[in-house]
Design a protein around this ligand. Structure first.
Ligand SMILES: [Zn+2]
Length: 323
């Protein structure tokens, strides 16, 4: 059986055909349209294109937003047009296939649990470091959603009272200190405080401080730039501190670090592990979660959504009734 997973982010829609081993065997991409109708057109077109080349049984969508617990409605997505939208029903009617939705961090966590870094872990936490922090908690391989479907909102744990302002309306949220965006903010702050430090970033910032993106800081750190390495060390400290809090609440067996920033893990993960081990409650007197990087990269959300679609299709008869 083959299913399609569609990763719907703020900038692009990626749809891939996924087999039973979690391998992506075909993929198509489009830019994310800003309005609801064109967005659903783009997804329908991508699925139809893949269906000309493969026999597809169901479709799963990984959505950057809040998904209702029945996984059929998008409640709210900050970077997408959907508001209380019955997306599964509408796309199922248009594609003629069963459709299931999942929050993108949950989908990525499920894929890592089925095929990647957290295989077999009973309590697994996913921390995806990108623009912000995408968090997920799996208990026995099932997504934990909380009473109202919004848990766990790890990125907005307040780590720094009166700290950096966050678009969520609070101050000092974890993701303001530990994400791709945070790498950029920290580097710009360090540049302002240390104008004499010799760094490739100084010249770039002279023209426009917006040039100092998280990706740029990570690349400079890989090249040994001293200021970029300090920004990376700062991220490592906040990652360790945040994980210690998370572990105090969940006591996980495995923590998977994903997202674009995880590609630079050799520059921060050992320091983060050390900080985590020092700051966790009962340090030195309890077993520690293993902390690993994600294995499925950019495809994790897509593969997780396709895997949910597979589970759905295997419980649904051809005429759409539940077995
Ligand atoms: Zn926040």
């Amino acid at each position: 059986m083959l299913t399609v997973g569609v990763d719907i982010g703020g900038t692009s829609v990626r749809a891939g055909v996924v087999n039973a081993d979690g391998a992506v065997i075909d993929i198509t991409r489009a830019l994310t349209p800003g309005e609801e109708g064109p967005l659903e057109d783009a997804i329908t077109t991508a699925v139809a294109e893949l269906a000309t080349r493969h026999h597809i049984s169901a479709v799963g969508l990984a959505v950057a937003g809040f998904v209702a617990t029945d996984r059929r409605t998008v409640r709210f997505a900050p970077h997408l047009a959907w508001r209380q939208a019955p997306v599964a029903q509408r796309l199922s009617r248009r594609t003629g296939l069963p459709v299931v939705l999942e929050h993108d961090a949950n989908a990525a966590a499920l894929a890592e649990h089925r095929f990647g870094a957290s295989r077999g872990a009973k309590i697994a936490v996913m921390v995806a470091l990108g623009t912000g922090i995408g968090g997920a908690l799996l208990i026995d391989g099932k997504v934990y959603r909380g009473a109202h479907g919004v848990a766990p909102e790890l990125g907005h744990l307040r780590l720094v009272p009166d700290g950096r302002p966050c678009p969520c309306g609070k101050n000092g949220c974890w993701e303001r200190y530990c994400s791709g965006t945070a790498l950029s903010t920290t580097a710009v702050e360090l540049l302002a405080k240390n104008p004499g430090v010799s760094t490739v970033l100084v010249r770039e910032a002279l023209h426009d401080s917006r040039a100092i993106t998280g990706r740029r800081v990570a690349a400079a750190a890989r090249d040994g730039d001293p200021l970029a390495l300090r920004a990376m060390a700062d991220l490592a400290k906040w990652l360790g501190d945040g994980l210690a809090l998370v572990a105090d609440v969940y006591d996980p067996e495995m923590v998977v670090i994903g997202g674009g920033v995880s590609e630079s893990a050799p520059l921060f993960l050992d320091d983060a592990r050390e900080r985590y081990a020092e700051t966790i409650t009962g340090a030195g007197h309890r077993p520690l979660a293993r902390i690993r990087t994600a294995q499925l990269g950019d495809d994790a959300g897509l593969v997780g959504a396709a895997t949910l679609a597979r589970d759905l299709a295997s419980h649904t008869t051809p005429n759409g009734r539940k077995r």
